[in-house]
Design a protein around this ligand. Structure first.
Ligand SMILES: NC(=O)c1ccc[n+]([C@@H]2O[C@H](COP(=O)([O-])OP(=O)(O)OC[C@H]3O[C@@H](n4cnc5c(N)ncnc54)[C@H](OP(=O)(O)O)[C@@H]3O)[C@@H](O)[C@H]2O)c1
Length: 334
């Protein structure tokens, strides 16, 4: 098959706030599938906050990117040419091709998607990594019991929205924290949280205190910074924190740090930090239960889909600064 592969690479390491100039768009010939391989075209690309820290040349849980590397990421792709009998043309798979329009895969590195089980893009959100993150971080680590108060930050987002709905299913009082009135309305009216506080509001801390009269037993933490410190001021004895993300720091010149450390000690709080990529064995359990809840209408999710691979840098930057409303995807070729 002839044609071109378009890819987005990291042009240079960003200086604090990432900009569109930190990316480059390149074209190459289409790769050729060898024996046991299939050529796929990407339908959807997932944009995720973890990609931003990977752009910094620092030690982390994965090797950092170097200039010229293709931006990484989970994708949904369709087989367009195949030398692998188990991946016939037309098969749709979840794989990790990053920010590009095409790639070559083997059957060992893909998950075949059932195209009759709803929109295939859900395999990048509620039925994929972000859903597994919500399920694992809440149920396996924080383990809330009915009637406990659960606070979720970045509550309207891909992970946060699912966390709060699972906590409601488990009988908890659930308070979200999100940026802006529209997101807070969605979190309460559509996702069914008991309350949602706008952290940009001038009396945020007062509203948080009013919404957590029995203090906070579980914090599912996605953002860090001043929002985390405000919640630590409301933390309960023997509370559990699922430390999932720290997005307020990802583009910062200087880390904000942790100012409320004493609350962790005074209230004997347990902090569970985790990276879901280390718990791949758990994903099928999470995805199976989330699929059931989705089918029963107990879980809702929202996608924010940017059009075309060229739009990926702009959509990525917007997501890191709250411009997304739900799981940020790119329609690359669907
Ligand atoms: N540990 C893991 O394995 C794992 C896996 C997946 C995701 N994560 C983490 O989970 C978090 C959420 O990821 P996601 O994919 O679900 O993204 P998301 O919540 O859909 O999008 C990111 C959201 O972060 C919020 N945000 C950005 N800057 C902020 C700031 N300075 N203060 C407060 N909120 C801010 C924005 O919402 P507002 O408009 O409400 O500000 C933005 O919409 C991220 O920290 C990510 O790194 C961790």
């Amino acid at each position: 098959m002839t044609g071109r592969n378009t890819k987005v690479t990291m042009r240079r390491h960003p200086a604090a706030m990432v900009s569109e100039d930190d990316f480059a768009v390149e074209e190459t010939d289409l790769p050729r599938p060898g024996d046991g391989q299939a050529l796929v075209k990407v339908l959807y690309l997932s944009l995720d906050p973890y990609m931003r820290p990977m752009m910094d040349p620092v030690r982390s849980y994965v090797p950092h990117l170097n200039p010229g590397d293709v931006m990484p990421g989970a994708t949904i792709a369709e087989v367009i040419e195949s030398n692998e009998p188990e991946l016939p043309q037309g098969t749709v798979v979840a794989c990790s091709l990053g920010w590009q329009t095409h790639g070559v895969v083997t059957k060992d590195v893909v998950r075949v998607i059932d195209q009759n089980a709803g929109p295939v893009s859900a395999a990048l959100s509620v039925l994929g990594m972000t859903g597994a993150t919500a399920h694992y971080g809440l149920l396996e680590l924080a383990k809330p019991t009915p009637d406990e108060t659960v606070v979720v930050t970045a509550a309207s987002g891909a992970v946060g929205g699912v966390v709060g709905q699972i906590a409601k299913i488990k009988g908890c009082r659930v308070v979200g924290i999100a940026g802006g009135a529209e997101k807070c309305r969605y979190v309460v009216d559509e996702l069914g949280f008991d309350a949602c506080i706008d952290y940009k509001s001038p009396d945020f801390e007062k509203q948080l205190a009013a919404a957590t009269p029995d203090y906070v037993d579980v914090l599912f933490e996605n953002v860090g910074g001043p929002v985390l410190d405000a919640v630590l001021g409301r933390i309960n004895d023997h509370a559990r924190i699922s430390l999932c993300g720290n997005i307020s720091d990802y583009n910062a010149d200087e880390p904000y740090g942790l100012r409320g450390l004493r609350h962790l000690l005074m209230h004997r709080v347990t902090v569970h930090s985790f990276v879901i990529a280390e718990h791949r064995d758990y994903w099928p359990t999470a995805i199976a239960e989330l699929s059931g809840w989705l089918a029963e209408g107990k879980i809702k999710y929202q996608e924010d889909i940017a059009e075309g691979l060229d739009s990926a840098p702009k959509a990525f930057i917007a997501m890191l600064t709250g411009g997304n409303f739900g799981k940020q995807l790119v329609n690359v070729g669907a």
